[in-house]
Design a protein around this ligand. Structure first.
Ligand code: SAM
Length: 275
């Protein structure tokens, strides 16, 4: 029988996780989502999954792997992915990308529309996490385009993690997060009026601009239209070189000829072939 927390000696783990168990989990995440989990992340994997084993009433990681390989394996794999993704994000993260949209791309799109008569825009936040990035995009576009009637624009927000997507859909954030939103944009945030709730929600008008979908960047993309801009920031840092290369090529094929791909500051195309 597994020792209870009170009987366990210092350093003894609640659930046995052999190195081989860890490798199988790391390989499953890599094969499915392209996320590389090195040996130095063993403790992190253990602590994130221990909660799940407790929830399922399992004795150890061998039992967990049996569940992953069993009839409920597909749905368990989603739990595994949700537990192991890194979702850190915030509003107006790497703010000069949004200045670039406002100061360079919007004027360019307006000129283009004056020539073609086409006032539609599509932007993709790929790896949108809990929504701060797509809502920042929506605030930026709404504010920059509202003086010029007739624009139809949508933002596609996708992530592999179903928990963060649900958060994204709700568009509800703790009041403390508002400090990351410049004062001129705070009219898009409405106080959550429920008793005892210290949160704000993004306005319905803004939410109506967003489309949320679960999408694994390493699987097929059921997307037909091309984009004016793709944001895929702080996502490829978890992938290896070949996976990153494939992804960049696929993004390029989804961009209109004058469109932009935004990567995070710590990501680069160095080492990726030019096409
Ligand atoms: C660190 S967050 C970045 C959020 C936001 N783009 C930003 O820069 O603030 C990385 C996100 O990428 C998502 N992700 C990781 N692998 C993915 C994959 N294969 N397909 C789709 N999303 C993935 C994670 O679930 C996570 O929400």
């Amino acid at each position: 029988m597994a020792p209870t927390a009170s009987r366990r000696s210092a350093g003894e783990r609640e659930f046995a996780m052999r190195d081989a168990d860890f490798r199988i989990i790391a390989n499953a995440i890599y094969d499915h989502a392209g996320i590389v989990i090195g040996d130095h992340k063993k403790e992190l994997v253990y602590s994130r999954l221990a909660r799940r084993l407790r929830q399922l009433g399992l004795a150890d990681f061998t039992a967990y792997l049996a569940r992953l390989g069993g009839p409920d394996g597909d749905s368990e794999r989603n739990h595994l992915i949700n537990a192991l993704t890194t979702n850190h994000t915030n509003f107006f993260r790497e703010p000069h990308h949004f200045d670039y949209i406002k100061d360079v791309l919007v004027p360019h799109w307006k000129k283009r529309a004056a020539k073609t008569g086409d006032k539609t825009l599509k932007v993709w936040s790929a790896g949108s996490s809990t929504g701060e990035e797509p809502y920042t995009l929506a605030m930026t576009l709404d504010a920059a385009l509202k003086g010029d009637p007739g624009w139809k624009w949508k933002i596609l927000a996708t992530d592999i993690d179903t928990n963060v997507l649900q958060h994204c859909r709700e568009g509800s954030y703790p009041s403390s997060a508002i400090s990351g939103i410049p004062k001129g944009y705070r009219s898009y945030c409405e106080r959550d009026r429920r008793e005892g709730v210290d949160r704000f929600v993004m306005s319905q008008a803004l939410k109506s601009r967003l489309v949320f979908n679960r999408l694994n960047l390493h699987a097929s993309w059921p997307i037909k239209n091309k984009f004016d801009a793709i944001f895929c920031r702080n996502v490829t840092i978890y992938f290896d070189g070949p996976a990153k290369q494939r992804l960049i090529e696929r993004f390029v094929s989804m961009l209109k000829p004058d469109a932009c791909l935004f990567l995070g500051h710590s990501e680069s195309l160095l080492g990726a072939r030019s096409t």
